[in-house]
Design a protein around this ligand. Structure first.
Ligand SMILES: O=P(O)(O)OC[C@H]1O[C@H](O[C@H]2O[C@H](CO)[C@@H](O)[C@H](O)[C@H]2O)[C@H](O)[C@@H](O)[C@@H]1O
Ligand SMILES: O=c1ccn([C@@H]2O[C@H](COP(=O)(O)OP(=O)(O)O)[C@@H](O)[C@H]2O)c(=O)[nH]1
Length: 471
């Protein structure tokens, strides 16, 4: 059986204690490496004065990780720069925030070359490689340029933007061309896949044949593979001691009021500003509900070296203060705004205590919080998920109360609808969403992708001559 090499910006080694602090994605990828043997390769998260290419190997619980330290300038240009100031805003439809700097593009290419150069000697002839996310678009091509003929797949965890937006990126055509180094490219939704295909066929001139695209002699296959959560583990966690304690504490502190919960990295793509405005509209329109509800917004800071993230942080501090200033009373505060992160088993208890999960990103590749909120509910008395139409999760969780997150009126109406929803309807909607979350979990997602990549999914095999065309 082939070994699997996973490559991503962040690498997650298995933890000694099962504290619930690891993400479902990390657990699923670790399991894949255990199943196939192999390595998880990427950035250590550490900085060095001069890049040496030294690889730190670590082996824990059957998983080998191989990590590299990067220079300050690499991190500035590759991670803070091209990944998070150029690609992230552009791919989340925020070209007003996207910065197109040659220095960032150069640093991004340099780091991908460094990854390829260091990884190449570790790759054996039968290995299958799986590259994760927008930090590493050109890695496949860099590996091909170094003679790597292995099967290589790529999965994008964020949206793919419409062609007219992507066209604003100076390197757009070159970037999409490098994607043809991959044999398989995966997306969370058909919408993102269609946007990629549109650019490849209309702007590059790639030939389309079913789910395949051919360009300059190389063929890649496209696949929709929506990521799920580790549902079984999450439900167990939601019934465990930490979650139960969190649930009790939240209920005590809610003193009979209905809690609305939001849990998001502090990121402008998550629509927190618009969410606060929607909630403010609700408070303004429904004075009778004011002391009956409160919003708990958990927003751990993210990517703090990037200016747009500093701005959204200060905007939200101002806005939450303003709403609380306008509506709070001696015995009630409408928004509890918390800038720290919590382990997922604690979150599970918090989700369960909430009558409403308010998940309103302006654009999101998937949004796992939406799925976790549903999985944490009490089947006999489930809460209601209000979900943005523009999250990848909306393609699967159709029984959520779906909203346009830009519309304060729609968000306000959805909150009222959720508060009034009777038990029968809550149970019906929850069951339908839970069926999806149980069936299409993270193991299902990983297997869908690796089966297609390894050619064991019964579909026509990837063309055997792909590698010779690339070399
Ligand atoms: O690594 P960071 O810069 O701290 O960012 C955290 C992760 O954010 C993004 O997550 C995406 O992947 C999720 C799982 O597929 C998906 O549900 C979500 O919609 C995406 O935004 C990013 O793509 C990851 O690479 C980051 O590690
Ligand atoms: O305080 C927190 C906030 C979030 N998360 C986890 O971070 C992930 C966020 O994933 P999502 O897909 O919703 O968004 P992303 O941050 O990847 O864009 C989820 O598994 C959350 O449970 C967490 O463990 N602690």
């Amino acid at each position: 059986m082939s070994r699997l090499i996973i490559i991503s910006n962040r690498v997650s080694a298995p933890k000694e204690s099962h504290s619930g602090a690891q993400g479902g994605l990390a657990v699923a990828l670790q399991a894949a490496i255990r199943e196939f043997g192999g390595i998880w390769f990427g950035w250590s998260g550490e900085t060095v004065d001069h890049f040496t290419g030294h690889i730190q190997f670590q082996r824990a619980q059957g998983v080998t990780t191989a990590t590299l330290d990067l220079e300050e300038q690499d991190i500035e240009e590759y991670y803070n720069g091209y990944a998070n100031r150029t690609l992230w805003p552009l791919f989340h439809y925020r070209i007003d925030l996207a910065e197109y700097e040659r220095g960032f593009a150069g640093g991004y290419k340099r780091v991908n070359e460094r990854f390829a150069e260091t990884l190449r000697p570790l790759v054996e002839a039968d290995d299958v490689l799986w590259v994760q996310d927008y930090h590493m678009f050109p890695l496949g091509q860099e590996l091909r340029d170094r003679g790597c003929k292995n099967r290589i797949g790529f999965f994008l965890h964020i949206p793919w933007p419409p062609s007219r937006l992507l066209a604003t990126l100076p390197e757009a055509a070159a970037l999409v061309e490098t994607m043809f180094a991959y044999d398989l490219v995966g997306f969370h939704t058909k919408e993102w896949l269609d946007s990629f295909r549109h650019y490849a066929t209309h702007e590059l001139g790639a030939e389309e044949d079913g789910d395949s695209l051919t360009y300059k002699g190389r063929t890649l296959r496209l696949i929709v593979a929506p990521i799920g959560i580790d549902t079984k583990e999450f439900v167990e966690g939601a019934n465990g001691p930490k979650a139960r304690l969190a649930l009790r504490n939240m209920r005590d502190s809610a003193v009979g009021r209905d809690m609305i919960v939001g849990v998001d990295r502090l990121d402008y793509s998550k629509g927190l500003e618009e969410r606060f405005h929607g909630y403010e509209r609700f408070l303004g329109e429904h004075p009778e509900e004011r002391k009956e509800v409160f919003l708990l917004q958990i927003a751990p800071p993210s990517r703090g070296a990037v200016e747009s993230y500093q701005k959204i942080r200060s905007t939200l501090e101002g806005l939450s203060g303003q709403i609380n200033g306008a509506y709070a009373d001696v015995d009630w505060v409408p928004i509890r705004y918390v800038n720290r992160g919590y382990p997922r088993d604690v979150l599970a208890g918090i989700y369960r205590a909430a009558r409403i999960g308010l998940v309103t990103p302006l654009r999101d590749g998937m949004n796992l919080v939406a799925k976790e909120y549903v999985a944490a509910q009490d089947p006999e008395d489930p809460g209601v998920l209000i979900l943005s139409r523009f999250a990848g999760a909306a393609a699967q969780l159709k029984e959520a109360v779906l909203v346009n997150p830009y519309s304060a009126d729609e968000v306000s109406d959805a909150i009222m609808q959720a508060l009034r929803m009777d038990l029968g309807e809550r149970k019906r909607r929850w069951r339908a969403m839970m069926d999806n979350i149980e069936q299409e979990d993270v193991v299902w997602w990983r297997k869908l992708f690796t089966d297609a990549l390894m050619g064991t999914d019964g579909k026509a095999p990837l063309p055997a001559d792909n590698d010779s065309a690339a070399a």
